[in-house]
Write a protein of this length. Structure first.
Length: 234
């Protein structure tokens, strides 16, 4: 019998560099391009839904970054579409969920934090380091506060990556466990008892659809907040 963790294994498909994870990410980019390339003057239903989501992110960026933050809007919205579709496509059978791998989520989170740091130094030079020292704090506590703030700043990348991967991994493991219970009950001819895990899986499917979108939204919302450090020092 297959292990519950077999669904997270990386498998080489075409070569060593083309795995099921990279193939799904390429497919996600193509799906986003096909579904979101329409720009009709009179939108149909799908385009209207996309415009509603886009307008919401315009408000999120404006509230967090102000008018100057509009230059980050294409990045934030594209990041949401990419992560959201990776999560949603991973709920379909036989499609690998790339965002359950720490290397993928950490790659995104570390890249974002490094870019925020680089842009911060470009905009504020050495004054960017002032965010590691809270204003009004006693000078004697400066070494301790700087150490704490530095660890807190570096923990942003870890928290972004772990939150996304952990939530999706937990949902997929729960799917596998309940499916195993239902399959064993059916094989043992306990048909009535098998209805219980099957019904739970139906409700969890709807829950996981919501979690897939919420986690993508939280990831982008935190990214927007972190980008605020590149526009104003705190």
């Amino acid at each position: 019998m297959a292990s519950y963790f077999d669904q997270f294994n990386l498998i080489s498909i075409l070569s060593t560099y083309v795995t099921n994870s990279s193939l799904v990410m390429i497919m996600t980019v193509l799906v986003c391009w096909v579904l979101f390339k329409n720009h009709r003057l009179i939108p149909y239903r799908w385009q209207s839904l996309v415009e509603i989501v886009y307008d919401h992110f315009v408000g999120v960026v404006k509230d967090s970054l102000g008018v100057k933050g509009y230059r980050f809007l294409p990045f934030v919205f594209s990041l949401f579409l990419f992560i959201a579709w990776l999560n949603v496509l991973g709920l379909f059978p036989y499609i690998f969920t790339a965002t359950v791998h720490i290397v993928v989520t950490f790659g995104l989170s570390f890249t974002i934090v490094i870019c925020v740091t680089i842009i911060g130094f470009i905009n504020f030079r050495s004054r960017f380091l002032s965010m590691l020292m809270p204003s009004g704090a006693p000078l004697l506590l400066a070494p301790l506060l700087v150490l704490i703030e530095t660890v807190s700043y570096m923990a942003r990348a870890i928290s972004l990556g772990v939150r996304l991967a952990a939530n999706l991994s937990a949902g997929h493991l729960l799917f596998a466990i309940l499916a195993s219970f239902g399959f064993q009950m059916v094989m043992n001819q306990m048909y009535l008892l098998s209805l219980f895990p099957i019904l739970i899986m139906i409700f969890i499917t709807m829950l996981e659809m919501a979690v897939a979108l919420i986690q993508a939204y939280v990831f982008c919302l935190l990214t927007t907040i972190y980008l605020g450090d590149t526009l104003a020092l705190h």
